[in-house]
Design a protein around this ligand. Structure first.
Ligand SMILES: Cc1cc2nc3c(=O)[nH]c(=O)nc-3n(C[C@H](O)[C@H](O)[C@H](O)COP(=O)(O)O)c2cc1C
Length: 400
C-alpha cells in the first residue's frame, strides 16, 4: 500500500517527504517534478516568499538512475530563506542565535493554528506553531503528488484542475469538450494568472484580488480537480474508511484553508429531485454500460464507476490580514492587533495544484490496493487482468 509523510518547518533548513509502496522500476525525474513545483509557486496574489524559493526537488533515497528501487522514496526541498533564519530556526542552541532578534510571535492570528497550537503543545512563542502549520508544507505534498502522478500514468490516468471562483467572481467551468482535451485545457489554464482558462473571467478575478489587496483584505475561492481515465472499482463500499469519496474529501480538507469539498453536482444535488441527479445506466455495447450523465462525479457507493472523477474544493480567504483583526497578547492578556507575517492575498491557484497532488496521492493509494505489485511489470499485468475481468462482468446475460 502506498503511504506518505511530510516533515519540515516553513523557515527551517528544508522540507522532506517520504513515499513508500511504489513498485520498483517506475521512471522518475526531478525535472518532471519541477513542473508541478513551479505551478504551485504561481498565481496572481502570492506574497514575496515565492520569489525567494526555487523549490528544486532532490531525491535522497529510493531512486537510482531515474528509476525507483522499491524502497521508500525521499524528496528534499531546500528552504533558501533559511539563510536569513539560521540563528532563529537552527536546531542547535548556541552562539549562532544569541545576538539575532528571535522573531517570536506572541499575538495569535485569528484563522490560524497559532492560538490552539500554543495551548495544545504548551508553546509560549507561537512561532513554534506557525512554522509547521504553514502551507509551506504543501510544497512537499506537490512533490510527492508528482511522483504519484507518474505512477498513475501507468494506468493512463490524467489529473488536472481549474480555478472556478475567486471571491465573488465565478464561472461555470470548462465544457465537457474542453475537459476531454486535457493538454489544451492545461495550457489555457497555465496561460491565466489565476489558472482560469476563461480569459475575461480570469481578468475579473485578477481585478477582485487587486481590490482586496488595496483594501488590506484577502480572498478565497473554489477549484475543481478532475481525474480522467479511471477504471471501475477503485475504493470500496464495504467499510467506511475504504470509501474513496471519503478518502478524497479527507485528503482535500487536510490542505490548509480548505473548508468544503463536493463531488459531481455536489451541494446542488440536495436541491434537486432524484430524477435530475442520478445517472441512468444504459446497456451500451462491447465497452460496457453507458452513462449519459455524470452527476455523481465518477463515484457510486464510494467506488469509481469509470466516469471522470469530478471534485471541487472551497478555500477560505487567507487568514493573515495586512489590516489585522483584534487578538490578544498571550504574555499580558491585553488586546493587540494580530501578528502580520509576510503573506499571500489569495492562494486559490496554488491550492488547486496542491489539490491535484492530493487527488493523485489518494488515487495512487487506491490503485496500489487494487492492482498492487512489487515491480512495474507486475503492476501492469495485474491491471490488465483486472480490466479483462471487469469487461467480462459487464457482458450482459453471460451469467457467472
Ligand atoms: C497554497 C497555500 C498558500 C497559503 N498561503 C497563506 C499565506 O500566505 N498566509 C496565510 O495567512 N495563510 C495562507 N494559507 C492558509 C493557511 O495556511 C491556513 O489557513 C492556516 O494554516 C490555518 O489552517 P485552516 O485554515 O485549515 O484552519 C495558504 C494555504 C495554501 C493551501
Amino acid at each position: 500500500m502506498i503511504r506518505f509523510l511530510t516533515a519540515g518547518e516553513s523557515h527551517g533548513p528544508g522540507l522532506t517527504g517520504v513515499i513508500e509502496g511504489l513498485p520498483a522500476g517506475l521512471e522518475l525525474s526531478s525535472e518532471w517534478l519541477s513542473r508541478d513545483m513551479a505551478r504551485r509557486k504561481m498565481g496572481y496574489g502570492r506574497g514575496g516568499r515565492m520569489a525567494i524559493e526555487t523549490d528544486a526537488v532532490r531525491f535522497v533515497s529510493g531512486v537510482r538512475k531515474g528509476r525507483t528501487l522499491g524502497g521508500p522514496v525521499t524528496v528534499w526541498i531546500e528552504n533558501r530563506d533559511f539563510k536569513n533564519w539560521e540563528g532563529i530556526m537552527g536546531a542547535e542552541t548556541g552562539p549562532a542565535g544569541e545576538d539575532v532578534p528571535q522573531r517570536e510571535v506572541f499575538v495569535p492570528r485569528p484563522g490560524h493554528a497559532d492560538l490552539v497550537g500554543g495551548v495544545k503543545y504548551g508553546h509560549r512563542d507561537l512561532r513554534n506553531v506557525l512554522e509547521r502549520a504553514s502551507a509551506r508544507e504543501t510544497a512537499t505534498r506537490v512533490a510527492l503528488g508528482a511522483i504519484a502522478r507518474a505512477y498513475l500514468a501507468l494506468f493512463g490516468v490524467t489529473v488536472l484542475s481549474v480555478v472556478r471562483s475567486i471571491g465573488s467572481v465565478s464561472w461555470s467551468g470548462p465544457t465537457e469538450a474542453q475537459w476531454s482535451d486535457p493538454e489544451t485545457l492545461r495550457q489555457q489554464t497555465l496561460a491565466s494568472e489565476v489558472f482560469c482558462p476563461d480569459a475575461p473571467k480570469g481578468g475579473e478575478m485578477v481585478e477582485e484580488i487587486r481590490a482586496a489587496k488595496k483594501a488590506g483584505d484577502t480572498l478565497g475561492g473554489v477549484f475543481e480537480v478532475r481525474a480522467l481515465g479511471l477504471p471501475v472499482g477503485l475504493g470500496s463500499y464495504v467499510q467506511w474508511d475504504q470509501r474513496l469519496d471519503g478518502r478524497l474529501a479527507q485528503a482535500l480538507l487536510s490542505i490548509q484553508a480548505i473548508k468544503g469539498v463536493e463531488f459531481g453536482l455536489g451541494f446542488e444535488a440536495a436541491r434537486l429531485p432524484g430524477s435530475k441527479v442520478h445517472d441512468p445506466i444504459l446497456p451500451g455495447g462491447e465497452g460496457g454500460p453507458l452513462r449519459p450523465s455524470n452527476g455523481s462525479g465518477g463515484l457510486e457507493g464510494g467506488v469509481t464507476n469509470g466516469l471522470p472523477l469530478v471534485v471541487r474544493a472551497a478555500m477560505k480567504p487567507i487568514a493573515t490580514l495586512y489590516t489585522p483583526l483584534p487578538s490578544v497578547d498571550v504574555r499580558t492578556g491585553e488586546t493587540a492587533p494580530a501578528t502580520v507575517e509576510r503573506s499571500d492575498i489569495c492562494a486559490v491557484p496554488a491550492a488547486s495544484v496542491v489539490g491535484e497532488a492530493m487527488v493523485c496521492l489518494i488515487l495512487a493509494q487506491a490503485f496500489s490496493e487494487k492492482v498492487g505489485g512489487d515491480s512495474v511489470e507486475e503492476v501492469r499485468a495485474h491491471f490488465e487482468e483486472s480490466e479483462r475481468l471487469a469487461r467480462e462482468r459487464t457482458r450482459w446475460g453471460g451469467g457467472r
